[in-house]
Design a protein around this ligand. Structure first.
Ligand SMILES: O=C(O)CCC(=O)C(=O)O
Ligand SMILES: [Fe+2]
Length: 249
């Protein structure tokens, strides 16, 4: 999926990130969109997750998903992102060279039942995931499953491939990127969920089909899902990430 992403796509304001429209070849994207698992009927704007290791192993999952997930569930994905963002990939993030030789596994590998694939190291330095996240419909009221926040301090990057339904005409639902109103704290011992008065919105990446947004994690990487109007449509994306076995900040 990162084939159409290069260093020239990186934008530095309010923090380094890249957006790629038409990230996947049309026929690949369309098949993934058509065959994705629907989310469960839960409450309004509630997230459900199908982890990469499950998508890879469940027999009823379309082969297009098995292929897509299989291509990304290796540490090479993290190496590639580190290379694209090289000019903005500074300590404490491990270098691309360090990632190349790191031991790695999958997020949730400890849940894989015996016999469903080769055992993976229990104490891996890096864990990768390529999962499907679905935010449930909210027919009665506007909302967002998660507004301004920072990601886990053990995360290296987040990559979201938005998969908006072609008939979905709901307002909102993009990814808002923020800056700190009073500058980024140098150490961060706070809750990851932030009150709106601490941050200022700068960029909104549209929730659009086949649209990829990627950003390295840092205490400046403030983001959140834009409020979307009441809707009968789910909001859905593939979420690709890598985490290390310790907090970076
Ligand atoms: O819903 C989104 O677009 C982003 C979600 C997110 O940033 C998160 O759950 O960490
Ligand atoms: Fe996030």
């Amino acid at each position: 999926m990162f084939d159409r992403l290069g260093p020239d796509d990186v934008v530095v304001d309010p923090f380094p990130h890249a957006v790629v429209h038409d990230a996947l070849p049309d026929e690949v994207y369309e098949r993934l969109a058509r065959t994705r698992q629907a989310g469960p009927a839960t409450g309004a704007n509630v997230r459900s997750v199908v982890p990469g290791w499950v998508l890879q192993r469940l027999p009823h999952v379309d082969p297009a998903w098995r292929d897509f997930v299989g291509r990304h569930l290796t540490v090479d994905m993290a190496v590639r992102v580190a290379e694209v963002f090289a000019d903005h990939w500074a300590p404490p993030l491990p270098t691309a060279a360090a990632l190349e030789t790191a031991s790695w596994s999958l997020v949730g590998a400890d849940m894989i039942p015996p016999g469903l694939g080769d055992p993976m190291p229990a104490d891996a330095e890096v864990r990768v995931d390529c999962r499907l996240e679905t935010i449930s419909a909210s027919p009665a009221e506007a909302g967002s499953h998660r507004q301004q926040h920072l990601d886990l301090p053990s995360r290296l990057f987040s990559a979201l491939l938005y998969m908006r339904h072609p008939d979905d005409d709901t307002d909102g639902g993009g990814l808002v990127l923020y800056r700190w109103r009073d500058g980024a704290p140098t150490t961060f011992a706070d809750d990851l969920e932030l009150s709106a008065d601490r941050v200022e919105p700068v960029v909104t990446v549209p929730y659009a089909p086949n649209t990829l947004v990627v950003f390295p994690n840092s205490p400046r990487a403030l983001h959140g899902a834009e409020v979307r109007a009441a809707t009968t449509f789910e909001r859905t994306y593939a979420f690709l990430t890598a985490e290390v076995d310790h907090n970076l900040w």
